[in-house]
Ligand binder design. Structure first.
Ligand SMILES: Nc1nc2c(ncn2[C@@H]2O[C@H](COP(=O)(O)OP(=O)(O)O)[C@@H](O)[C@H]2O)c(=O)[nH]1
Ligand SMILES: Nc1ncnc2c1ncn2[C@@H]1O[C@H](COP(=O)(O)OP(=O)(O)O)[C@@H](O)[C@H]1O
Length: 399
Protein backbone atom coordinates (compact mmCIF):
# COMPACT_ATOMS: atom_id res chain seq x y z
CA UNK A 1 0.00 0.00 0.00
CA UNK A 2 1.18 3.44 -0.85
CA UNK A 3 0.29 6.19 1.60
CA UNK A 4 0.86 9.74 0.52
CA UNK A 5 -0.59 11.62 3.42
CA UNK A 6 0.13 11.70 7.07
CA UNK A 7 -2.29 10.38 9.60
CA UNK A 8 -2.89 11.61 13.05
CA UNK A 9 -1.92 8.28 14.51
CA UNK A 10 1.02 5.97 14.30
CA UNK A 11 0.66 3.80 11.24
CA UNK A 12 3.61 1.49 11.15
CA UNK A 13 3.20 -0.79 8.18
CA UNK A 14 1.18 -2.14 5.29
CA UNK A 15 -2.05 -3.01 7.07
CA UNK A 16 -2.47 -6.38 5.42
CA UNK A 17 1.20 -7.25 5.92
CA UNK A 18 2.95 -9.01 8.71
CA UNK A 19 3.65 -6.00 10.87
CA UNK A 20 0.41 -4.59 12.21
CA UNK A 21 -0.32 -0.90 12.42
CA UNK A 22 -0.58 0.71 15.76
CA UNK A 23 -3.50 3.07 16.28
CA UNK A 24 -3.33 5.37 19.24
CA UNK A 25 -6.42 7.47 18.80
CA UNK A 26 -10.07 6.56 18.54
CA UNK A 27 -10.48 7.92 15.04
CA UNK A 28 -7.82 8.32 12.41
CA UNK A 29 -7.86 9.28 8.79
CA UNK A 30 -5.41 7.58 6.54
CA UNK A 31 -4.86 9.20 3.22
CA UNK A 32 -3.94 6.87 0.41
CA UNK A 33 -3.19 7.71 -3.20
CA UNK A 34 -6.77 7.79 -4.36
CA UNK A 35 -8.92 8.56 -1.43
CA UNK A 36 -9.39 8.22 2.27
CA UNK A 37 -9.36 5.33 4.60
CA UNK A 38 -10.85 5.89 7.98
CA UNK A 39 -10.29 3.83 11.07
CA UNK A 40 -12.46 3.48 14.13
CA UNK A 41 -11.51 1.68 17.32
CA UNK A 42 -14.21 -0.37 19.01
CA UNK A 43 -13.07 -2.40 21.99
CA UNK A 44 -10.25 -4.68 20.92
CA UNK A 45 -10.86 -4.10 17.24
CA UNK A 46 -10.03 -1.43 14.70
CA UNK A 47 -12.32 -1.10 11.69
CA UNK A 48 -10.70 0.39 8.61
CA UNK A 49 -13.15 1.63 5.99
CA UNK A 50 -11.74 2.43 2.58
CA UNK A 51 -11.72 1.72 -1.09
CA UNK A 52 -9.56 -0.62 -3.11
CA UNK A 53 -6.41 1.11 -4.40
CA UNK A 54 -6.42 -1.01 -7.54
CA UNK A 55 -9.92 -0.20 -8.59
CA UNK A 56 -11.23 3.15 -7.38
CA UNK A 57 -14.67 2.37 -8.78
CA UNK A 58 -14.97 -0.75 -6.66
CA UNK A 59 -17.13 -0.73 -3.60
CA UNK A 60 -16.07 0.16 -0.12
CA UNK A 61 -13.67 -2.24 1.57
CA UNK A 62 -13.63 -3.04 5.25
CA UNK A 63 -10.77 -4.58 7.18
CA UNK A 64 -10.79 -5.41 10.85
CA UNK A 65 -7.69 -5.52 13.03
CA UNK A 66 -7.93 -7.68 16.13
CA UNK A 67 -5.62 -5.77 18.41
CA UNK A 68 -5.17 -8.68 20.81
CA UNK A 69 -3.95 -11.13 18.20
CA UNK A 70 -2.65 -8.45 15.81
CA UNK A 71 -4.38 -10.15 12.91
CA UNK A 72 -6.33 -8.61 10.06
CA UNK A 73 -9.64 -10.03 8.89
CA UNK A 74 -11.78 -9.12 5.90
CA UNK A 75 -15.29 -9.48 7.35
CA UNK A 76 -18.32 -10.78 5.51
CA UNK A 77 -20.15 -7.56 4.64
CA UNK A 78 -23.93 -8.03 4.39
CA UNK A 79 -26.36 -5.69 2.69
CA UNK A 80 -25.85 -3.08 0.01
CA UNK A 81 -22.99 -0.64 0.74
CA UNK A 82 -23.02 3.03 -0.25
CA UNK A 83 -21.57 3.96 -3.60
CA UNK A 84 -18.06 5.01 -2.62
CA UNK A 85 -17.28 8.70 -2.79
CA UNK A 86 -13.89 10.33 -2.42
CA UNK A 87 -14.64 11.50 1.03
CA UNK A 88 -16.66 10.56 4.07
CA UNK A 89 -16.68 11.11 7.77
CA UNK A 90 -17.71 8.68 10.45
CA UNK A 91 -18.31 8.25 14.14
CA UNK A 92 -19.12 5.40 16.47
CA UNK A 93 -22.69 5.35 17.80
CA UNK A 94 -24.09 3.09 20.51
CA UNK A 95 -20.84 1.14 20.53
CA UNK A 96 -22.31 -1.22 17.96
CA UNK A 97 -22.48 0.74 14.71
CA UNK A 98 -20.51 3.31 12.78
CA UNK A 99 -22.40 6.28 11.36
CA UNK A 100 -20.93 7.24 8.00
CA UNK A 101 -21.69 10.46 6.13
CA UNK A 102 -20.72 10.24 2.47
CA UNK A 103 -19.88 13.57 0.88
CA UNK A 104 -20.81 14.87 -2.55
CA UNK A 105 -24.07 12.94 -2.84
CA UNK A 106 -27.64 14.03 -2.07
CA UNK A 107 -28.30 14.32 1.66
CA UNK A 108 -30.94 11.58 1.37
CA UNK A 109 -28.25 9.18 0.12
CA UNK A 110 -25.44 10.29 2.37
CA UNK A 111 -26.29 8.77 5.75
CA UNK A 112 -25.21 5.17 6.31
CA UNK A 113 -24.64 2.82 9.19
CA UNK A 114 -22.06 0.06 9.28
CA UNK A 115 -23.32 -2.26 11.96
CA UNK A 116 -20.50 -4.10 13.69
CA UNK A 117 -21.98 -5.40 16.94
CA UNK A 118 -25.78 -5.19 16.72
CA UNK A 119 -27.90 -8.27 17.56
CA UNK A 120 -28.39 -8.92 13.82
CA UNK A 121 -24.65 -8.86 13.16
CA UNK A 122 -23.94 -11.10 16.16
CA UNK A 123 -26.59 -13.59 15.03
CA UNK A 124 -25.24 -13.66 11.46
CA UNK A 125 -21.71 -14.02 12.73
CA UNK A 126 -22.75 -17.07 14.74
CA UNK A 127 -24.51 -18.62 11.75
CA UNK A 128 -21.63 -17.99 9.37
CA UNK A 129 -18.79 -18.56 11.81
CA UNK A 130 -17.00 -15.49 10.44
CA UNK A 131 -16.58 -11.85 11.38
CA UNK A 132 -19.68 -10.07 10.00
CA UNK A 133 -20.55 -6.43 9.43
CA UNK A 134 -23.78 -5.15 7.86
CA UNK A 135 -24.71 -2.02 5.92
CA UNK A 136 -27.93 -0.17 6.60
CA UNK A 137 -28.91 3.02 4.84
CA UNK A 138 -30.21 5.83 7.05
CA UNK A 139 -33.61 7.24 6.17
CA UNK A 140 -34.76 10.68 7.26
CA UNK A 141 -38.21 10.44 8.81
CA UNK A 142 -40.36 7.38 9.28
CA UNK A 143 -41.87 6.86 5.86
CA UNK A 144 -45.15 5.05 5.76
CA UNK A 145 -45.47 1.61 7.21
CA UNK A 146 -45.46 -1.16 4.60
CA UNK A 147 -48.68 -3.17 4.28
CA UNK A 148 -48.55 -6.96 4.48
CA UNK A 149 -51.50 -8.69 2.81
CA UNK A 150 -52.01 -12.39 3.45
CA UNK A 151 -54.80 -14.83 2.78
CA UNK A 152 -55.42 -18.16 1.11
CA UNK A 153 -54.70 -18.74 -2.54
CA UNK A 154 -57.61 -17.56 -4.69
CA UNK A 155 -59.16 -15.24 -2.10
CA UNK A 156 -58.45 -12.16 -4.24
CA UNK A 157 -55.25 -10.63 -2.79
CA UNK A 158 -53.72 -10.07 -6.21
CA UNK A 159 -56.96 -8.57 -7.54
CA UNK A 160 -57.23 -6.12 -4.63
CA UNK A 161 -53.57 -5.12 -4.87
CA UNK A 162 -53.82 -4.62 -8.64
CA UNK A 163 -56.80 -2.28 -8.12
CA UNK A 164 -54.89 -0.28 -5.53
CA UNK A 165 -51.82 0.09 -7.73
CA UNK A 166 -53.95 1.11 -10.68
CA UNK A 167 -55.81 3.79 -8.74
CA UNK A 168 -52.77 5.11 -6.85
CA UNK A 169 -49.69 4.41 -8.98
CA UNK A 170 -47.58 7.06 -7.28
CA UNK A 171 -48.67 6.22 -3.75
CA UNK A 172 -48.18 2.48 -3.56
CA UNK A 173 -45.46 0.15 -4.81
CA UNK A 174 -45.46 -3.63 -4.91
CA UNK A 175 -42.77 -5.70 -3.24
CA UNK A 176 -41.74 -8.07 -6.02
CA UNK A 177 -41.04 -11.40 -4.35
CA UNK A 178 -38.69 -14.12 -5.51
CA UNK A 179 -40.14 -17.55 -6.19
CA UNK A 180 -39.03 -20.91 -7.50
CA UNK A 181 -42.46 -21.65 -9.01
CA UNK A 182 -42.88 -21.48 -12.78
CA UNK A 183 -44.40 -18.29 -14.23
CA UNK A 184 -48.09 -18.36 -15.16
CA UNK A 185 -49.03 -17.38 -18.69
CA UNK A 186 -49.42 -13.64 -18.14
CA UNK A 187 -46.79 -13.21 -15.45
CA UNK A 188 -43.73 -11.10 -16.22
CA UNK A 189 -40.35 -11.72 -14.59
CA UNK A 190 -39.42 -8.76 -12.41
CA UNK A 191 -42.99 -7.42 -12.35
CA UNK A 192 -45.11 -10.14 -10.72
CA UNK A 193 -42.22 -12.13 -9.30
CA UNK A 194 -38.50 -12.57 -9.74
CA UNK A 195 -38.57 -16.15 -11.00
CA UNK A 196 -35.49 -17.92 -9.78
CA UNK A 197 -33.73 -21.24 -9.19
CA UNK A 198 -33.85 -22.93 -5.81
CA UNK A 199 -30.04 -22.95 -5.46
CA UNK A 200 -29.85 -19.22 -6.27
CA UNK A 201 -32.52 -18.15 -3.77
CA UNK A 202 -31.02 -20.41 -1.09
CA UNK A 203 -27.62 -18.82 -1.65
CA UNK A 204 -29.06 -15.31 -1.42
CA UNK A 205 -31.03 -16.22 1.70
CA UNK A 206 -27.82 -17.42 3.33
CA UNK A 207 -26.17 -14.13 2.40
CA UNK A 208 -28.78 -12.33 4.49
CA UNK A 209 -30.47 -10.66 1.51
CA UNK A 210 -34.00 -11.73 2.45
CA UNK A 211 -36.36 -10.19 4.93
CA UNK A 212 -38.34 -13.44 5.05
CA UNK A 213 -38.89 -16.61 3.06
CA UNK A 214 -41.16 -19.64 3.28
CA UNK A 215 -41.91 -22.92 1.57
CA UNK A 216 -45.40 -22.49 0.15
CA UNK A 217 -47.35 -25.05 -1.92
CA UNK A 218 -44.07 -26.90 -2.61
CA UNK A 219 -42.03 -23.87 -3.75
CA UNK A 220 -39.77 -21.34 -2.09
CA UNK A 221 -41.07 -17.77 -1.90
CA UNK A 222 -39.19 -14.89 -0.34
CA UNK A 223 -39.13 -11.13 0.08
CA UNK A 224 -35.74 -9.60 -0.52
CA UNK A 225 -34.81 -6.60 1.57
CA UNK A 226 -34.26 -4.62 -1.63
CA UNK A 227 -37.78 -5.49 -2.85
CA UNK A 228 -39.24 -3.58 0.07
CA UNK A 229 -36.65 -0.88 0.48
CA UNK A 230 -36.50 0.11 -3.19
CA UNK A 231 -40.23 0.90 -3.03
CA UNK A 232 -39.83 2.89 0.18
CA UNK A 233 -36.83 4.74 -1.25
CA UNK A 234 -39.11 6.01 -4.03
CA UNK A 235 -41.31 7.55 -1.36
CA UNK A 236 -44.06 4.98 -1.96
CA UNK A 237 -45.87 2.78 0.48
CA UNK A 238 -44.85 -0.83 0.02
CA UNK A 239 -47.43 -3.62 -0.37
CA UNK A 240 -46.34 -7.19 0.35
CA UNK A 241 -48.43 -10.17 -0.81
CA UNK A 242 -47.04 -12.99 1.31
CA UNK A 243 -48.30 -16.11 3.06
CA UNK A 244 -49.03 -16.44 6.79
CA UNK A 245 -45.57 -17.88 7.59
CA UNK A 246 -44.03 -14.87 5.85
CA UNK A 247 -46.31 -12.50 7.77
CA UNK A 248 -45.15 -14.12 11.00
CA UNK A 249 -41.50 -13.66 10.03
CA UNK A 250 -42.04 -10.01 9.11
CA UNK A 251 -43.87 -9.47 12.41
CA UNK A 252 -40.77 -10.81 14.18
CA UNK A 253 -38.39 -8.68 12.08
CA UNK A 254 -37.35 -5.08 12.57
CA UNK A 255 -39.73 -3.92 9.80
CA UNK A 256 -42.76 -2.18 11.24
CA UNK A 257 -45.76 -2.93 9.06
CA UNK A 258 -49.55 -3.20 9.02
CA UNK A 259 -50.84 -6.77 8.68
CA UNK A 260 -54.08 -7.52 6.86
CA UNK A 261 -55.63 -10.95 6.36
CA UNK A 262 -58.11 -11.40 3.52
CA UNK A 263 -60.78 -14.10 4.13
CA UNK A 264 -63.16 -15.66 1.64
CA UNK A 265 -66.92 -15.48 2.39
CA UNK A 266 -66.92 -19.31 2.46
CA UNK A 267 -64.64 -22.20 1.68
CA UNK A 268 -66.87 -23.20 -1.26
CA UNK A 269 -66.54 -19.72 -2.79
CA UNK A 270 -62.75 -19.91 -2.37
CA UNK A 271 -62.66 -23.22 -4.25
CA UNK A 272 -64.88 -21.76 -6.96
CA UNK A 273 -62.56 -18.76 -7.47
CA UNK A 274 -59.46 -20.88 -7.51
CA UNK A 275 -60.94 -23.18 -10.16
CA UNK A 276 -62.37 -20.28 -12.18
CA UNK A 277 -58.95 -18.61 -12.30
CA UNK A 278 -57.77 -21.63 -14.28
CA UNK A 279 -54.07 -21.20 -13.56
CA UNK A 280 -53.41 -24.39 -11.58
CA UNK A 281 -53.60 -28.10 -12.21
CA UNK A 282 -56.11 -30.16 -10.20
CA UNK A 283 -53.28 -31.44 -8.01
CA UNK A 284 -52.08 -27.89 -7.30
CA UNK A 285 -55.64 -26.77 -6.55
CA UNK A 286 -56.01 -29.59 -4.01
CA UNK A 287 -52.73 -28.60 -2.35
CA UNK A 288 -53.78 -24.93 -2.19
CA UNK A 289 -57.15 -25.83 -0.68
CA UNK A 290 -55.50 -27.98 1.99
CA UNK A 291 -53.13 -25.14 2.84
CA UNK A 292 -56.04 -22.67 2.83
CA UNK A 293 -57.63 -24.43 5.82
CA UNK A 294 -54.43 -24.08 7.80
CA UNK A 295 -54.02 -20.43 6.78
CA UNK A 296 -57.61 -19.62 7.78
CA UNK A 297 -57.00 -21.28 11.15
CA UNK A 298 -53.89 -19.17 11.69
CA UNK A 299 -55.55 -15.90 10.77
CA UNK A 300 -56.77 -15.65 14.37
CA UNK A 301 -53.30 -16.10 15.90
CA UNK A 302 -53.06 -13.52 18.67
CA UNK A 303 -51.05 -10.46 17.72
CA UNK A 304 -50.44 -11.53 14.14
CA UNK A 305 -52.95 -9.65 11.97
CA UNK A 306 -54.14 -6.13 12.67
CA UNK A 307 -57.19 -6.36 10.39
CA UNK A 308 -59.34 -9.07 8.81
CA UNK A 309 -61.09 -8.22 5.54
CA UNK A 310 -63.80 -10.43 4.04
CA UNK A 311 -63.63 -10.42 0.26
CA UNK A 312 -67.24 -11.17 -0.64
CA UNK A 313 -68.26 -8.38 -2.96
CA UNK A 314 -65.03 -7.14 -4.56
CA UNK A 315 -65.95 -3.42 -4.65
CA UNK A 316 -67.06 -3.40 -1.00
CA UNK A 317 -63.89 -5.18 0.07
CA UNK A 318 -61.75 -2.75 -1.94
CA UNK A 319 -63.46 0.25 -0.34
CA UNK A 320 -62.84 -1.27 3.10
CA UNK A 321 -59.18 -1.82 2.25
CA UNK A 322 -58.85 1.82 1.20
CA UNK A 323 -60.47 2.93 4.47
CA UNK A 324 -58.01 0.87 6.46
CA UNK A 325 -55.04 2.31 4.63
CA UNK A 326 -56.11 5.92 4.77
CA UNK A 327 -56.47 5.59 8.54
CA UNK A 328 -52.75 5.41 8.75
CA UNK A 329 -52.04 7.97 6.10
CA UNK A 330 -52.69 11.20 7.84
CA UNK A 331 -49.45 11.58 9.76
CA UNK A 332 -47.28 14.59 9.03
CA UNK A 333 -43.58 14.05 8.94
CA UNK A 334 -41.75 16.96 10.54
CA UNK A 335 -38.71 16.12 8.41
CA UNK A 336 -40.67 16.63 5.18
CA UNK A 337 -38.72 19.66 3.99
CA UNK A 338 -35.43 17.85 4.53
CA UNK A 339 -36.69 14.76 2.74
CA UNK A 340 -37.60 16.92 -0.26
CA UNK A 341 -34.53 19.18 -0.06
CA UNK A 342 -32.38 16.13 0.50
CA UNK A 343 -32.24 15.55 -3.26
CA UNK A 344 -29.60 18.28 -3.66
CA UNK A 345 -25.94 17.35 -3.42
CA UNK A 346 -24.56 17.93 0.05
CA UNK A 347 -21.14 17.95 1.64
CA UNK A 348 -21.53 17.62 5.37
CA UNK A 349 -19.01 16.21 7.81
CA UNK A 350 -19.45 15.16 11.41
CA UNK A 351 -18.55 17.95 13.80
CA UNK A 352 -19.46 16.59 17.19
CA UNK A 353 -21.62 14.12 19.06
CA UNK A 354 -23.58 14.46 22.26
CA UNK A 355 -25.70 11.52 23.38
CA UNK A 356 -27.86 10.81 20.36
CA UNK A 357 -27.44 14.20 18.68
CA UNK A 358 -24.80 14.61 16.02
CA UNK A 359 -23.83 17.95 14.56
CA UNK A 360 -23.07 18.09 10.86
CA UNK A 361 -21.04 20.94 9.43
CA UNK A 362 -21.31 21.87 5.79
CA UNK A 363 -18.05 22.01 3.88
CA UNK A 364 -19.57 24.07 1.11
CA UNK A 365 -21.56 27.17 1.67
CA UNK A 366 -25.04 25.67 2.00
CA UNK A 367 -26.39 29.04 3.08
CA UNK A 368 -25.96 30.20 -0.51
CA UNK A 369 -28.30 27.41 -1.62
CA UNK A 370 -30.84 28.51 0.91
CA UNK A 371 -30.10 25.67 3.31
CA UNK A 372 -27.99 25.72 6.40
CA UNK A 373 -24.36 25.27 7.36
CA UNK A 374 -25.03 23.40 10.57
CA UNK A 375 -27.45 20.50 10.90
CA UNK A 376 -28.46 18.47 13.91
CA UNK A 377 -28.96 14.76 13.27
CA UNK A 378 -31.05 13.18 16.01
CA UNK A 379 -30.79 9.40 16.38
CA UNK A 380 -32.91 9.10 19.52
CA UNK A 381 -35.90 7.54 17.78
CA UNK A 382 -34.37 5.41 15.07
CA UNK A 383 -35.90 2.04 14.28
CA UNK A 384 -35.12 -0.86 11.99
CA UNK A 385 -31.52 -1.30 10.96
CA UNK A 386 -29.76 -4.12 9.13
CA UNK A 387 -30.85 -6.14 7.25
CA UNK A 388 -33.14 -3.22 6.25
CA UNK A 389 -32.91 0.56 6.43
CA UNK A 390 -32.41 2.55 9.61
CA UNK A 391 -35.48 4.79 9.83
CA UNK A 392 -36.61 7.64 11.99
CA UNK A 393 -33.57 9.91 11.61
CA UNK A 394 -34.51 13.47 12.49
CA UNK A 395 -32.74 16.39 10.91
CA UNK A 396 -33.07 20.02 11.85
CA UNK A 397 -31.19 23.24 11.14
CA UNK A 398 -29.10 24.76 13.88
CA UNK A 399 -29.36 28.53 13.82
N1 LIG B 1 -43.67 -15.98 2.57
C1 LIG B 1 -43.89 -15.52 1.35
N2 LIG B 1 -44.99 -15.85 0.71
C2 LIG B 1 -45.17 -15.35 -0.53
C3 LIG B 1 -44.25 -14.50 -1.15
N3 LIG B 1 -44.72 -14.16 -2.38
C4 LIG B 1 -45.89 -14.76 -2.50
N4 LIG B 1 -46.19 -15.49 -1.39
C5 LIG B 1 -47.37 -16.27 -1.08
O1 LIG B 1 -47.29 -17.50 -1.75
C6 LIG B 1 -48.59 -18.00 -1.97
C7 LIG B 1 -48.68 -18.50 -3.39
O2 LIG B 1 -48.57 -17.41 -4.29
P1 LIG B 1 -48.82 -17.65 -5.84
O3 LIG B 1 -48.02 -18.81 -6.28
O4 LIG B 1 -48.61 -16.36 -6.53
O5 LIG B 1 -50.33 -18.12 -5.88
P2 LIG B 1 -51.73 -17.40 -5.59
O6 LIG B 1 -51.73 -16.85 -4.20
O7 LIG B 1 -52.66 -18.50 -5.77
O8 LIG B 1 -51.88 -16.34 -6.61
C8 LIG B 1 -49.53 -16.85 -1.62
O9 LIG B 1 -50.05 -17.09 -0.33
C9 LIG B 1 -48.65 -15.65 -1.60
O10 LIG B 1 -49.13 -14.68 -0.69
C10 LIG B 1 -43.08 -14.16 -0.42
O11 LIG B 1 -42.21 -13.42 -0.85
N5 LIG B 1 -42.96 -14.70 0.81
N1 LIG C 1 -64.70 -10.58 -4.57
C1 LIG C 1 -64.54 -11.41 -5.59
N2 LIG C 1 -65.60 -12.03 -6.11
C2 LIG C 1 -65.47 -12.91 -7.12
N3 LIG C 1 -64.31 -13.23 -7.70
C3 LIG C 1 -63.20 -12.65 -7.21
C4 LIG C 1 -63.25 -11.71 -6.15
N4 LIG C 1 -62.00 -11.32 -5.88
C5 LIG C 1 -61.19 -11.96 -6.75
N5 LIG C 1 -61.90 -12.76 -7.55
C6 LIG C 1 -61.39 -13.66 -8.60
O1 LIG C 1 -60.86 -14.79 -7.91
C7 LIG C 1 -59.71 -15.30 -8.57
C8 LIG C 1 -58.56 -15.35 -7.59
O2 LIG C 1 -58.16 -14.00 -7.29
P1 LIG C 1 -56.64 -13.63 -7.10
O3 LIG C 1 -56.59 -12.15 -6.96
O4 LIG C 1 -55.82 -14.25 -8.18
O5 LIG C 1 -56.35 -14.36 -5.71
P2 LIG C 1 -55.01 -14.51 -4.87
O6 LIG C 1 -54.04 -13.48 -5.35
O7 LIG C 1 -55.43 -14.28 -3.46
O8 LIG C 1 -54.54 -15.90 -5.10
C9 LIG C 1 -59.47 -14.40 -9.75
O9 LIG C 1 -59.95 -15.01 -10.92
C10 LIG C 1 -60.24 -13.13 -9.42
O10 LIG C 1 -60.70 -12.48 -10.58
Amino acid sequence: MDWIGGASALITADFMGEEAPEFRVERVTLESKDGLRNAIDIGDKTYVIGRSDDNPKSSITIRVLDKLTQTWVVPTALGVPPTPTNSRSEILVNNDKILIIEKGVPLNDSIWFLEVGTPFVKQQSKIKGTEVVAWSKGVIGEGQKPVVISGPSGVGKGTLIAKLMKEYPSKFGFSVSHTTRAPREKEIDGVHYHFTERSKIEEEISEGKFLEFAHVHGNVYGTSIEAVESVTDEGKRCILDIDVQGARSVRASSLEAIFIFVCPPSFEELEKRLRARGTETEEQIQKRLRNARAELDQSNSPGLFDHLLVNDDLETCYENLKKLLSLDDDHEDSNDSFIKDGKATACYSILSKTNSEILLQSETNEAEKGTTNLLSLDLSSVSGGAPGRTRGLKISSVN
